[in-house]
Design a protein around this ligand. Structure first.
Ligand SMILES: Cc1cc2nc3c(=O)[nH]c(=O)nc-3n(C[C@H](O)[C@H](O)[C@H](O)COP(=O)(O)O)c2cc1C
Length: 194
């Protein structure tokens, strides 16, 4: 069986750091530039520029244009990059809140890759593990490839490139795989009869 592929999948990265000089944002930019080289159309969501409320059941999304804008962007994509700093052994609150403002309508069936950045030497492995559970709950197609960048404060050079070659290769592989899965995610996850 041949799967119908999206030639130029739309990939949205949600950056879970509000830091002015964010390593998470730098890592997103790196991954998205690789994805663009693979034919993807990319958008970086910098949550500092979005006016979003805290998620709560029963809130009126119509009162928050940026909630509608964010959910539209996600809904009209094939792939997502969820990027987070490790905060106290998990993902950041701003990323979780952005995800909580959406639901299955936006997230189900999207290819998702995970990227974590940490100050410590162990990396963002706990955040990545926890995000994987969220992806499952939202019925995403979370790909195996993920990247954890430890010691973020010294991980990048002046040009925004990762100093560690193996880590750089990991980001490249993850970005390429995200594009590959984003191309086929709609066909793989289409409901029978849809
Ligand atoms: C509230 C908070 C909690 C943090 N918790 C951890 C942690 O549990 N493990 C760790 O390695 N680094 C931790 N850090 C350090 C951040 O992961 C690190 O500074 C990272 O680079 C932040 O990402 P950013 O540069 O994109 O803002 C924490 C930082 C903050 C502000």
């Amino acid at each position: 069986m041949l799967l119908e592929e999206v030639a130029h999948p739309r990939i949205v990265a949600i950056c879970g750091s509000l830091g002015a000089d964010s390593s998470t944002r730098r890592a997103c930019e790196l991954a998205l530039s690789i994805a663009e080289g693979e034919g993807a159309q990319t958008t970086l969501v910098d949550l500092r520029e979005w006016h979003l409320p805290f998620a709560a059941s029963g809130f009126d999304a119509g009162e928050w244009p940026d909630v509608l804008r964010l959910n539209d962007l996600v809904q009209n994509s094939e792939g997502l990059l969820w990027a987070t700093p490790e905060y106290h052994g998990s993902y950041s609150g701003v990323l979780k809140n952005a995800l909580d403002l959406g639901s299955f309508d936006q997230y189900a069936g999207k290819a998702v890759a995970l990227l974590g950045v940490a100050g410590g030497a162990i990396g963002a492995t706990q955040a990545l593990g926890h995000l994987r559970g969220i992806a499952r709950t939202l019925h995403c197609l979370c790909i195996n490839e993920q990247v954890s960048i430890p010691r973020a404060y010294s991980a990048f050079d002046g040009e925004g490139k990762l100093k560690d070659e193996k880590l750089a290769a990991g980001v490249e592989h993850m970005a390429r795989e995200l594009v590959r899965w984003s191309k086929i995610a709609p066909a793989l996850t289409a409901k029978a009869g849809a």
